[in-house]
Design a protein around this ligand. Structure first.
Ligand SMILES: *Cc1c(COP(=O)(O)O)cnc(C)c1O
Length: 465
């Protein structure tokens, strides 16, 4: 009873004082917010003690489940020593040890770690490093101060990260703030911009990119990419070999490859980093979300010795990288990140994950029978289910119908927390999810899609033959 009163009080204060991210607050103010008070493993618990499967790893963060004892302990032990001390002019053990560990597991050739606080800042750092690198290393290589990136890409919400982003709904109105860039079509095979089919297309979408690089490499500092999966775009998966070919093009035209592994890093695609699937070493790599296992905000930009060395010089050559944030390399975050990586080893997380990735593919297969499921995309534990009004014509639902939102509200009633991307239902379970939990998640997703889109009639017809 006391908890009911407590809930009403909290909900009132939430509506009165809080402004939630990516949220239409008028709508929010009319609803009863779900307030989460604790979490464990794959579950979130609300103020009434009701539990929900965390189907999106708390928006793509949680790795080894909530409240993992090893991560919990690392946080407690570090906080007993010190919560923060700066990396400006000082150093500390967790930052040093984590840098070493990151380099150990990163694609070969990445040798330096620059910390920041979140995915957006890790990308800002990468962009600024790229521009300054070209200035200092090869002054006559060309102006090299713009970037080539893909439409529908997402790299964060700060101005630089938005400049290399391509999600119209988020970025359009800020265009006056953004610097000019060059964009190309992404490999969105379900809706191929060139109306071709993989593999017979032979990745024709790379031709315009090659043309741009050929013509404009003197202007281009770097090519920015979400390797393998354009996550925020709706889990758009690139065909195999696409990334490796981009790597070769970048090398050929002397353009830095900037891999944004913020969503894909730390096991999410089935390997530690997405770049590994194609044996690619980027010149700059941003990581954040899974870095601390979903515990604390921390990010890093990794780069090569070649880029690092271009910043060395006498003080008054002004080659210093003048960039840093107050909490850069926070010891609590670094200590938990170290524990996070330790658990990957101890529990053989990536080996344990492989059968679950296969099971997930199997579980997802029947979704194809639903009348309004247009495309089911999976890469490891990253899944996007694109809902369409008309499956044959691939007509989208108008965004204002909020079809994705309605599906996730159905899922919530059934005990699964999800967050859609427009008409795409996203599933991104913690890597430690059990097979039972996984199968329950997919069952709820299926029921929820049917409840909203009423694909049942079509289903019956199909299953008869
Ligand atoms: C989430 C995300 C970011 C932004 O990270 P924040 O921590 O939210 O700033 C950048 N790139 C990708 C690919 C992401 O998914």
């Amino acid at each position: 009873m006391a908890s009911r009163r407590r809930y009403r009080q909290l909900a009132g204060w939430d509506r009165k004082f809080l402004w939630h991210p990516f949220t239409q607050m008028r709508e929010w103010e009319e609803e009863d917010p779900l307030i989460i008070t604790r979490a464990r493993g794959s579950y979130l618990y609300d103020t009434n003690g009701r539990k929900y499967l965390d189907g999106v790893s708390s928006i793509w963060l949680t790795v080894h489940g909530h409240r993992h004892p090893v991560l919990d302990r690392a946080l407690r032990e570090q906080s007993a020593k010190m919560a923060h001390s700066t990396l400006l002019g000082l150093s500390h053990p967790p930052a040093i040890e984590l840098a070493r560990e990151l380099i150990r597991i990163a694609p070969r050739g990445l040798t330096r770690v620059f910390y920041s606080d979140d995915g957006s800042t890790a990308m800002e750092v990468a962009l600024k490093m790229a521009v300054q690198y070209w200035r200092q290393r090869v002054p006559d290589a060309g102006p090299k101060r713009t970037f080539l990136h893909l439409q529908r890409g997402y790299h964060g919400d700060t101005a630089g990260a938005m400049s290399v982003g391509g999600i119209d709904l988020f970025h359009r109105r800020f265009r006056p703030l953004l610097f000019p860039t060059i964009t190309a079509e992404p490999p969105y095979c379900y809706r191929c911009p060139f109306k071709l089919t993989f593999p017979s297309c032979r990745m024709a979408c790379l031709d315009p990119i090659q043309q741009i690089l050929k013509r404009r490499h003197r202007d281009i500092a770097g090519l920015v990419i979400e390797p393998l999966v354009q996550a925020a775009a709706g889990m758009i998966t690139a065909p195999p070999g696409y990334l490796a070919r981009l790597r070769r093009l970048c090398t050929k035209y002397k353009v830095l490859l900037i891999a944004d592994e913020v969503a894909t890093g730390f096991g999410r695609t089935g390997r530690m980093f997405a770049c590994e699937h194609e044996g690619v070493t980027p010149d700059l790599m941003a990581v954040s979300k899974g870095l601390t296992g979903g515990y604390l905000p921390l990010a890093a930009t990794l780069t090569t010795e070649k880029i690092y060395r271009a910043f060395l010089g006498r003080y008054d050559e002004w080659k210093t990288f003048f960039h840093g944030h107050s909490y850069t390399g926070n010891p609590l975050g670094c200590a938990v990140a170290l524990a996070n990586l330790d658990v990957f080893r101890r529990e053989r997380t990536l080996a344990q994950l492989q059968p679950k990735v296969k099971a997930l593919s199997r579980l997802l297969r029947p979704l194809d029978d639903l009348a309004h499921v247009g495309d089911v995309r999976q890469r490891g534990f990253m899944v996007g289910i694109e809902l369409v009004r008309d499956r044959h014509a691939k007509f989208s639902y108008p965004l204002k119908q909020r079809i994705g939102h309605r599906v996730v509200m159905e899922a919530r009633r059934r005990g699964l927390f999800l967050r859609p991307l427009g008409n795409v239902i996203v599933l991104m379970p913690p890597l430690t999810v059990t097979l039972r939990e996984l199968s329950r998640m997919v069952r709820i997703v299926r029921e929820s899609i049917r409840a909203v889109t009423d694909g049942s009639k079509k289903l019956k017809v199909k299953s008869k033959k």
